[in-house]
Design a protein around this ligand. Structure first.
Ligand code: ATR
Length: 275
């Protein structure tokens, strides 16, 4: 039951009404038996209101703020401190309020690393990251940190080169043989969702049975890339696992409790199947 002692956490985005974060976090609070202590809501925040948002969060004593598009970079200059990992990635997806101070973190890289580590040892593996935007950065950081070698493959190769230079790895095109040779392929492009649903960022001939293929896209859950990967015998990690694991890491930062992953996963899957 929500009482005067219940702490508020929220996701901010623009738009945000389709966010699955409230569902995942609140399912976690219930399963952990802390739904009297925490509640999680979604707030649509116009980019122009980000400076005021930080004041509001302080004034209201909001415990945690998950930041999604387009706020992950803009929020950074309004925080009291930012941990080193979020600074390196250049984006904050998690803000925790501790004694009136707003601290920025990034859990997106854990959303990539944790589901992969559940099925393989990343050390020494060759990874191809498809895309060179914001989503790619957290992937590249996480894969490199866990000892994989990374090639960033992007439609606009100059963008891949700029990101590769920043992280000290290799850049290539979306037709590169590095994709075929990779042990792990991670999609951070937007190809496969929205208007490009049914399309894949890479030709299916570049996929191989020994590979693990992770897609950051979770609507649809079965992207064309993952369908092609499954058809050739590769292992698939759907975007729901990334969403779940980045949320689980946030849950732990907000509440100090271990995230009840199975309950959070079940709530997410039920919702997506229903949708
Ligand atoms: P995000 O912050 O979510 O990563 P973004 O910065 O807009 O979003 O990045 C989108 C990524 O999808 C980019 O790597 C983009 O490639 P370009 O750098 O060449 O634009 C990639 N992308 C989008 N549409 C694409 C398409 N039709 N084919 C290939 N790549 C595409």
């Amino acid at each position: 039951m929500i009482t005067a002692k219940t702490k508020v956490c929220m996701v901010i985005g623009d738009p945000v009404e389709h966010s699955l974060s409230p569902l995942i976090h609140n399912a976690g609070y219930r399963a952990a038996g802390i739904d009297d202590q925490f509640v999680y809501v979604a707030c649509a925040v116009n980019p122009g209101n980000i400076p005021m948002l930080a004041c509001g969060v302080r004034a209201l004593g909001i415990r945690g703020v998950s930041c999604t598009m387009p706020h992950k970079e803009a929020i950074m200059s309004h925080l009291d401190s930012i941990d080193e990992v979020a600074q390196t990635i250049g984006a904050v997806n998690t803000v925790v309020q501790e004694n009136g101070k707003l601290v920025g973190y990034n859990t997106d890289w854990l959303g990539v690393v944790r589901p992969l580590q559940a099925i393989t040892d990343l050390h020494g593996k060759r990874a191809a990251v498809l895309g060179a935007g914001g989503a790619a950065k957290a992937m590249v950081y996480g894969l490199l940190r866990e000892g994989a070698t990374v090639t960033i493959c992007n439609r606009t190769e100059t963008k891949a080169m700029a990101l590769a230079e920043q992280f000290g790895c290799k850049a290539a095109s979306l037709e590169s043989p590095d994709i075929t040779q990779a042990d792990i392929i991670c999609n951070a492009t937007s190809v496969g969702m929205g208007r490009s649903e049914g399309q894949s960022p890479v030709d299916s001939s570049l996929l191989a049975p020994h590979q693990i293929v992770l897609d950051a896209i979770y609507v649809p859950m079965q992207t064309k890339l993952l369908q092609d990967a499954a058809a050739c015998g590769a292992r698939c990690v759907p975007g729901t696992e990334m969403l779940l694991h980045q949320a689980a890491a946030q849950f732990e930062l907000y509440t100090g409790h271990t995230a009840p992953l199975d309950a959070m996963r079940q709530a997410l899957q039920e919702e997506l199947q229903h949708a």
